[in-house]
Ligand binder design. Structure first.
Ligand code: NAD
Length: 373
């Protein structure tokens, strides 16, 4: 089978990481044919790393219109994801867009409209969906293992970032360059997983984002959010880039049990009787449903980005279904935006919220910014 020809747009940390997947022969049905970056130094380092069999471009547009690729991986800073992806989709290319799908809902909506009309495939790099840990949690929850969801909690504070990380690029941790902090950069993964695993987006959000609380940055580096869902479930999401040692604990509790995911392990608490039924039937003074604790095996594999690129190449070839429809990226951007909006307005925000209001408040922060980028 002829391999899918890939171009990487943006040869920074992530773009060069994606190139590794090709040079280490991890992509069975894909080959790297082109790289674009608008920074000449990045092109020089790409040439050193990848050599002469690749064509190099100084702009995304040149690569997209070159005819040298069937697919592109967009690995530029977040604001440019949608514009570059739309350009590539409109020219008939298949597109893998890095996370987050975009910075704000209005631009992601435009990208989704382009994807709906495009002949090429479209996905977003939600590589943690390929992690065996979260695949297993998703299987348990979507298979009804916890029953009707009542509560979700994710304490994800093991994203420690020192000040030097924020100082490493001018676009990082600014309203203009990134449009947010820990939510927009690190947490698109967990928010996507939460939506994917539960199959639900909260209808109400009250969040407390603290901006530059622990670092010399203008965007959020500490967040506590409360969610309310249509079915009555509630959720708490806590994140920070300054906790050390941090924690990563996901807990999903429903009427039939609970699944806890921490330190690479899953524990499944399976009630012997649905809690709602027990509550109706039990006549004693004090009591609680009995349960079994079931250790859950998983293969420990976390193939990350290469898994998404492999699936994408195979899907382009028609050899397997596309794992993630890129249009799902909208939901996580919407929830991330809702958390910021709730903090800015200092009140509970209903989803869907007013996208124009969100954009105007973001633009206001860009105008007032004292950071130079
Ligand atoms: N999926 C993941 O696990 C993961 C991990 C890290 C980063 N990312 C995402 O990857 C993206 C890039 O992050 P990074 O850490 O590699 O940043 P980076 O700053 O290291 O690299 C970005 C590169 O894009 C280039 N660039 C910027 N605008 C461009 C344009 N219009 N056309 C062509 N090139 C352009 C820059 O010169 C730079 O080389 C971000 O959106 C980030 O969220 C995803």
């Amino acid at each position: 089978m002829e391999k899918v020809k890939f171009g990487i747009i943006g040869f920074g940390n992530m773009g060069s990481n994606h190139a590794n997947s090709f040079i280490e022969n991890k992509i069975t049905n894909g080959m790297l044919t082109a790289v674009a970056d608008n920074d000449i130094k990045k092109i020089e380092s790409a040439k050193q790393k990848l050599g002469g069999n690749i064509t190099y471009f100084n702009s995304a547009d040149e690569l997209i219109s070159s005819g040298l690729t069937d697919a592109v991986i967009v690995a530029t800073p977040h604001y440019s994801h949608c514009g570059i992806s739309i350009n590539a989709l409109n020219r008939g290319l298949n597109v893998i867009c890095e996370k987050p799908a975009g910075v704000y809902t209005k631009q992601v909506e435009e990208m989704n409209n382009a994807a709906a009309k495009a002949k090429g495939l479209f996905t977003v790099m939600f590589c943690l969906r390929a992690n065996s840990l979260y695949k297993k949690v998703s299987e348990i929850v979507s298979g009804g293992g916890v029953g009707e969801i009542k509560r979700v909690n994710w304490l994800i504070t093991d994203w420690y970032r020192p000040q030097s990380y924020y100082n490493s690029s001018t676009w990082r941790a600014t309203w203009k360059g990134e449009g947010g902090g820990v939510l927009l950069n690190q947490c698109p993964h967990q928010i996507d997983l939460l939506i994917w695993i539960t199959g639900m987006v909260p209808k109400k959000v009250r969040a407390f984002c603290r901006f530059g609380k622990w670092h010399d940055i203008e965007v959020e580096d500490d967040v506590t959010a409360y969610f309310e869902y249509e079915n009555g479930a509630s959720g708490v999401f806590v994140t920070s880039t300054a906790d050390s040692p941090g924690t990563n604990r996901l807990e999903i509790l429903g009427t039939k049990g609970k699944v806890v995911c921490e330190k690479g392990q899953i524990t499944y608490y399976k009630l012997k009787q649905d809690e709602r039924e027990f509550n109706k039937e039990f006549k004693g003074f004090m009591g609680e449903p009995a349960y079994d604790i079931i250790p859950v095996e998983h293969d420990g594999k976390n193939p990350l980005h290469a898994a998404i690129i492999n699936n994408f190449a195979n899907a382009v070839k028609g050899a397997e279904p596309l794992f993630i429809d890129g249009r799902e990226g909208y939901k996580s951007v919407q929830l991330l935006n809702a958390m910021l909006l709730s903090s800015w307005l200092d009140k509970t925000v209903k989803i869907p919220f007013d996208d124009d209001l969100y954009l105007s408040m973001l633009e206001e922060r860009i105008r007032r910014s004292e950071k130079t980028n």
